[in-house]
Design a protein around this ligand. Structure first.
Ligand code: 7TS
Length: 412
């Protein structure tokens, strides 16, 4: 199966101009797509063509360029919404996943949370899905609680049920795929159980939408946030929400574009989704993300997922050859996405990343914006390799080679 997946996608490598680069005399091995993915020429060309031939601002100009820009921009929104199976008027452009989560924490959180309420997150969240809730809880008197992450790296639905049964949780905010452990969380089941207990669910899909099929109607959460730059697109984010909630919520940011009528003392709001899009949008970025989802849809998200699964399995097989290495996250590749965190005894993760860089192997080192999880794992930092469509088994071999070389430099 793995061989099929790799041969299906191997032709895609040629679409990524950056992979032609050499660094320090070595061809580039980019293993940091969980931080941000590289871009295919189709995305670069869509943005370039917009700037070169159709540039104008949206929703305002009565002239041809304004009409073209609006069509390209709203057309991108429609295809992006369809890509995750959600309504386009309930799909809001944001700066990134972080802003999408903050939008909910401000516009829903401030209006609905209060003393006695609880927001439930997990110990494996990215800071983007922790800090906005800390601030919302501070402002409203609600309490922030965490589901624990055990050694297996997988959440316990029994623990979820036990906390929900106490009856105080108003919102469960959980990552779909962990950016550190790779764990694929059962968000459909979490949303179902939360709803049964009278709580809403927000899913942070920053790591899931780029690498696996995501069907928002099937997941049936109340809010779903993600970010384009990890999904082969530019720096723009998305928030998808349930109609009745978005209608009721106050706007997040005020300004142009999001209003219907402005009086001296108060205003009324534009229709969805524009009520939540204050100011001039990141127009070219939205168009670029439209091209990115077209690209991913053409590759086939089942094939993308199969490719990442295959590379993760291969990495989990080969990395233990490096002496002193510790791998983290679920062992079962059916339950984890394309990220592989690791530490090597006697070497700081930053030294690992720096020595890999000498061979043009890009891996991330640090706390991965998940400091509470690092404490649970009992480490200050890890190194992390992560994959996308353009990676190959050869990249994993190059990583293993670079790691063995790094150990030698350290005299290990
Ligand atoms: N949520 C998760 C699960 C993420 O992995 C990230 C980014 C974010 C939210 C934030 O995305 P942004 O576009 O709003 O910044 N994660 C990482 C990472 O793992 N390394 O660098 C960024």
């Amino acid at each position: 199966m793995g061989a099929v997946a790799e041969s299906t996608l191997s032709r895609l490598r040629a679409d990524f101009p950056i992979l032609d680069r050499e660094i320090n005399g070595h061809s580039l091995v980019y293993l940091d797509s969980a931080a941000s993915s590289q871009k295919p020429r189709q995305v670069i060309e869509a943005m370039d063509s917009f700037y070169a031939h159709s540039y104008g601002t949206v929703h305002r100009g009565v002239y041809e360029l304004g009409r073209e820009a609006t069509e390209l921009f709203e057309g991108a929104r429609e295809r992006i919404a369809a890509f995750v199976n959600w309504d386009s008027d309930l799909s809001i452009f944001t700066r990134n996943a972080t802003e999408a989560i903050n939008l909910v924490a401000y516009a829903w959180g401030r209006g609905n949370l209060g003393p006695g309420d609880e927001v439930l997150i997990t110990e494996m969240e990215h800071h983007s899905n922790i800090v906005p809730w800390q601030l919302a809880c501070e402002d409203t008197g609600a309490k922030l609680r965490y589901l624990s992450v055990p050694e297996s790296g997988e959440l316990s639905l029994d623990e979820l049920d036990a906390v929900l049964a106490e009856g105080r949780v108003r919102l469960v905010a959980v990552g779909h795929v962990s950016n550190v452990l790779g764990t694929i969380n059962p968000v459909e089941e979490i949303a179902r159980r939360a709803r049964a207990a009278g709580a809403l669910t927000l899913v942070d899909g920053a790591q899931s939408v780029p690498q696996m099929p995501v069907d928002l109607r099937a997941i049936d959460a109340d809010f779903y946030a993600w970010t384009g730059h990890k999904a082969l697109g530019p720096t723009v984010g998305m928030l998808h929400g349930r109609r009745e909630l978005l209608k009721e919520m106050r706007p997040f940011l005020g300004g142009g574009h999001m209003i219907s009528r402005v009086e001296r003392e108060h205003s009324t709001w534009n229709e969805l989704p524009w009520k939540f899009e204050a100011g001039t949008n990141a127009i070219a970025e939205a168009i670029g993300l439209g091209a990115a989802v077209d690209y991913l849809a053409a590759a086939g998200m089942d094939a993308v997922r199969a490719h990442e699964r295959e590379l993760t399995a291969y990495a989990l097989e080969r990395l233990p050859e490096v002496a002193g290495i510790t791998l983290y996250g679920p062992r079962d590749v059916d339950r984890r996405g394309g990220v592989v965190p690791f530490t090597i005894e006697g070497m700081h993760p930053h030294d690992i990343a720096e020595l890999c860089d000498r061979e043009a192997v890009c891996v991330r080192a640090g706390h991965h914006c998940a400091q509470p999880l690092m404490r649970v794992l009992g480490v200050g930092a890890t190194a992390r390799a992560s994959f996308h469509v353009y990676n190959t088994r050869d990249d994993v071999d190059r990583l293993v080679h670079a790691l063995n070389g790094a150990r030698e430099v350290f005299g290990l």
